[in-house]
Write a protein that binds this ligand. Sequence first.
Ligand code: PHE
Ligand code: ZN
Length: 840
Amino acid sequence: MAATQYLADWQAYPFQIDQTRLTFHLDPRATRVLSQIEFRRIAPGDLVLDGVGLTTLHLAIDGKPVTATPEGERLVIRDLPDAFTFQAEVQIDPQANTALEGLYLSGGMFCTQCEAQGFRHITWYPDRPDVMAPFHVTIHSDMPVLLSNGNPVSQSAGMAEWHDPWPKPAYLFALVAGDLRAVSDSFTTMSGADVALNVWVRPGDEPRAGYALESLIRSMQWDERAYGREYDLSVFNIVAVDDFNMGAMENKGLNIFNSKLVLATAETATDGDYERIEGVIGHEYFHNWTGNRITCRDWFQLCLKEGLTVFRDQQFTSDMRSAAVKRIADVQTLRARQFREDAGPLAHPPRPDHYQEINNFYTATVYEKGAEVIGMLKRLVGDDAYRAALDLYFSRHDGQACTIEDWIAVFQDATGRDLTQFKLWYTDAGTPRLTMTETFTDGTLVLDFAQTTAPTPGQPEKPARVIPIALGLIGPNGDQVLDTTVLEMTDATQSFRFDGLGARPVVSLLRGFSAPVTVTRQMSPADQALLLAHDTDPFARWQAGHDLALDGLIARATGATGGAEFIRALAGVLDDAPADPAFAALCLALPGDEEIATTIATRGAVPDPDAIHAARRAMMTEIATAYEAQFAGLYDAMATETYHPDAKGAGRRSLRLACLAYLSRLDGGDRAQHLFASADNMTERQGALEQLIATGRAAQPLAEFEAQFRDNRLVMDKWFMVQPLRAAPGDAVARARELAARPDFDWKNPNRFRALIAGLTANHAAFHAADGSGYDFVAEWLMKLDPVNAQTTARMSSAFETFARYDTARQAKARAALQRIADLPGLSRNTAEMVTRILA
Ligand code: PHE
Ligand code: ZN
């Protein structure tokens, strides 16, 4: 087992780097990397360099060969002068690199991935984010397009030179060499500088890159407008690659993207894909200031750049599309991924203080909760103070590698507020539970709040946090009697009173989801229905309906009756639907099996996956029967003419598909079959296909889909994903096994692997099949992938993180599957850490 790294052990690096020069001679099996690094001492200490899997050919200090022998993955050189040039020549094998970390090949093109610690797979270097340097890079290769960070210096046949003047850590280094075509435009920044913009794709993919390029321009405009941030190089390059472990990477001036987040046409990408492309293009672009110009001192501070950049991309999407719909979608993701993480064995604070493998900490907690914490901060200090604090952050810390303490100090200095207690949101794990009880007498409403946070691994005590509670009051006739007010809770228990009320109001609580907490309160179905009909806050309105549905589903899944009030309240939702189709679609979507299971577990009971699945299906059929005519009318009315991937059209299609899901419970898939055959866009084709799979009428459509898209990897990923996802739970594992046996199940490609395996784990009743077949299948494939790509294996092992909430028979089967993974000879450090934590 690898050694644990602790935040408390961080020490400054004793040298500064004035210049890093790299020369690459690219070759698939034997790439040579020459480095020349100018070090200057700033504190006493030895020179420590990181390197993994390098064949070292030559090492020199100031031109004199040195004979240091690597100590494992480190090279230590002692007795050095105060300024010197370190030179190395190493050889690496990109073709053997299936982990996709460092320099590797994807579809015949060379590319790199260096975050978090990939650069040490390229050459000897202080591979830590607080060592920043300007880079000068020379590439020798017969590939036609040769790219690196910064501005181009010179290009000639077989060679290119790049210079990046902005000091950066090694994790932001990138190099690309391949037969690529650019889709190009230009941008003039607010101070009048011209920037060449290129999206690089494989020949033939040019017609699919336009939306990414438009999204980049919108991102650049938005960051100038919303944050006053301007771009700082003469060129901005984006490259699409097919083999990539994550979504995308913010390398300075040379973002590298998973091709699924670049390539899109109406026929091949869904509305969801378009929205993600815009959001991730924005995210990576926004990193130029929040991540690159100001970076992290160490990897414990990862949420400094990721939480802030997610928050910024969420703001961007809200501005480009519907803020209400975006907020609801973000909260759903947060609950599904982060609350789940926070409630289980993998719980950790947004700023962890120890880890074994940093790649296991690119989590929903660091990203999504990191963003929520910033949203709370903004709500507490107000919009103007937030902007002032950000201005101070950029001016004070430009060019530095910072900590969460620096970030908090900026807000304290800009606002004069003491944020000591607020900092607990960064250092403590777990989701606080907020309980509210209310009493109403003689026109006075008293709200008693209590907060508690359950212990998490390594953190038994949980002091009270600052919780901004946004609420409003709705009168019995549906009028708002108190506009949104933010209460600041700082103690474990606290009361607030509201006087002068004519009648008992209904509390619209946690408006806009003002804090990442779970709420416990007694509320009658009638009050929930009142909020669903009248709340002026769209998030709280949606939440009221969602809770009503969830309570009904839980009652049914645990042998009681329920759901009648929700079904009745849907009449109003359907009446209002044409005015805001996207919002209506969210209100119509029943909570998923996973959320129902989570909520049952949170309430102290043991979820039964089969009962949950059956209850949900039965309720859908009942709703469909109750409103068949309305669904049919809306289904027809929401047809779109020419396809545009904008929010308006996407909203209409989402409502249309929500209606189709209900109608397919009654028409046996007739409408879905017709839509599948006639739709001119992937959103509706995939939506129809999913319904056909669920109704068991998909054999022919699946064959047609395959025949049409067999040569398009990204579309075939959808084909691999929807089958295990939408198959009846009893058939899904068998179907997944058949798919895994196909020659086109190119499992070394992370997108393809994830499509099939995560498609199955997202089918709750199938993954948690009582016979353990879901667990066995997933464990088998994780064991197969681990030696090839440990990062993706480890990340996907979190499918098991909830196993302890199921019955003892399922628990035993999951535990046995996990134990088989743990016992695998040569198991990676990545997966070993995950499995050990899950089993603990
Ligand atoms: N830093 C990337 C992002 O969030 C994510 C990433 C991490 C990509 C590690 C690759 C490897 O934008
Ligand atoms: Zn990021």
